[in-house]
Design a protein around this ligand. Sequence first.
Ligand code: IPM
Ligand code: MG
Length: 370
Amino acid sequence: MSNPSLLILPGDGIGPEVMAEVRKVIDWFGANRGLTFDVDEDLVGGCAYDAHGTPLTDATMEKAQAVDAVLLGAVGGPKYDSLDFSVKPERGLLRLRKEMDLYANLRPAQCFDALADFSSLKHDVVAGLDIMIVRELTSGVYFGEPRGIVREGNERVGINTQRYTESEIARVARAAFELARKRDNRVCSMEKANVMESGVLWRDVVQEVHDAEYPDVELSHMYADAGAMQLTRWPKQFDVIVTDNLFGDLLSDLAAMLTGSLGMLPSASLGAPMANGRPKALYEPVHGSAPDIAGQGKANPCACILSFAMALRYSFDLGEEATRLEQAVQKVLADGVRTADLMQSEAGATPATTAQMGDAVIAALQASQA
Ligand code: IPM
Ligand code: MG
């Protein structure tokens, strides 16, 4: 049997720096756990635009379709702000999501014990937090037509369309119910059924899928604005949250900050099973390209490393190895190793660099074998 294959797309900003630490982790699993991956690397985002005039070439798209899993760093930066919409760095990422049909975006928000005091919320509110946001990723207002900026009379009008089909809602609902069964068996669905028809349909379809296929799972519904409020009031009431593309974008940033830092949060974007039974998959940190700190060795590589842990679990069915990696990250945090994003402005303390954090994770992995 051939080795499992990975396509690494470091992207822009801090993407290459954090991905360099993931490379160390991949190499460690190869050398120590007999898990050798065939790794290819390519360009996405602004760097692809600089090289090829497009944020994702057809050749890279083909590679992404062919591998077992894609690992992505981050895309975007101020340098590209004035580019036409069709070639912005973000379009590269959106094309990957759309053409690989990665409809279920899993964004776990877990509060590591060592960081509970670091959240902007009180310790009791976040300690032990473990929720999973399932964000629909291939439809909704991100992709709906018509869209654009048009002229009407003597002014311009900006148009985007929120659009969901029943089957798009049903498949992401199933993904959420399946996950819930492996967790605390509870799903809360969020939409704006009070003002949007697409929200009414969302609520109906999630309920129908539940009643027909997952009656054993506890299902509740919430308006997304109330959901945002409840997430900050008492986040531990939630287990799995399922929501649309735009609300999921907002709510997952909010949930991420509950845990202390956006620098800790991984994600998995999954599609339908391929011929080999593995799902189409892309793994990326929830944080962006952070151009303000790029190239300075300040970035926290944990979110990207934990995204690789999700790849081990969801693409390669290596749950134990994923847990080994997650526990290594936990140990590093418990030992007090901190990148700058994980430090209160403690005068005098020197933050760990990106590479030092990665090396500490490797040392903890090594210790896990002893
Ligand atoms: C995310 C990001 C992306 C999104 C951007 C970079 C296109 O914010 O993955 O949450 O809006 O989906
Ligand atoms: Mg976002």
